[in-house]
Design a protein around this ligand. Sequence first.
Ligand code: GTQ
Length: 349
Amino acid sequence: MSAQEHAKPATTPEREEFYGRIGKKDLSPLWENLASLVTPQPRPACLPALWKYDDTREFLMEAGSLITAAEAERRVLVMENPGIPGQSQITGSLYSGLQLILPGEIAPSHRHAACALRFVLEGTGAYTAVDGERVSMSPGDFVLTPSWTYHDHGNTGDEPVIWLDGLDVPIVNLFSTSFANRYPNETQPVTRAEGDALALYGTNMLPFGYEVHGLNSPLFAYRYEPSRAALAQLAKRGDPDPSHGFKAQYSNPTTGGAPMPTIGAYLQLLPKGFDGIEYRSTDSTVFVAAEGRGYSMIGGQRFDWTHRDVFVVPSWIPVSHHTPDDEAVLFSFSDRPAQQVLGLWREQA
Ligand code: GTQ
């Protein structure tokens, strides 16, 4: 402990007796807890962790024979951070899980205060409907479901479809601001043609006189191909960032900001032979390998990952990425926009 940190005062019988008495009146002495309450640096309860896709997928398919998407409402295996088990949290502020929808199934329409994102990992033929528009989902697509928008999922194809869900449920519950309800029917009516949002907001044009309203991107699906092409273009222009490789952030085309107020999403290309240097930031981050394989050093611990494996980097723990054998692409998401708007976010290269 440095002289700058608060040293816990000695306990005496008189003090102990006093603490006991005030405890009965719902009071406690700050000086006993100050050091662990107001810490000099982040002390994330969540731990670095990795979920191998092949293992999780096997359990998910097993779940597929145990319960239907309709009965489950959402057939998801939640990734429980081992540092905070039983909380349905992958980090201190975010929820994440793998969702399976089998051919012919519908995950019924509902809405909630929480914002959600999907990153498709396997299969084609599924769609997500948001605000009356259905968008088809293919591997690598990034789809968002803004707060309080009705959404349902369906699989009209002939293969299982699996995606990664990311939600800000722990943030919503921190503030005790959760609301949710089911749509009266299984699916919401389709009121907009497929491709409507993309045509209106995703082509570097906006409807004439468009005024920004709300906090979410009106473009709710970001296709993998153009996102991947942007990384390839970045890679042609110069050297990779020493920590991040060639990295881009998904943006709300009407503001240039994050697609949702609480969750930022990112895509980065790590060229073959990339040997990244350590970086840390206060936003605990969930990564999934969209392509390739490599490993990351997280707080000195090595995590080997391959296509579709999910791993977590907790707040302020140094991370470096390495791709000795193969080029790789990582998708990631975190609460960075929320931290930034609250003036809390920090990074260190
Ligand atoms: O697809 O709407 O993983 O409501 C958790 C809650 C997915 C969803 C989850 C949800 C959803």
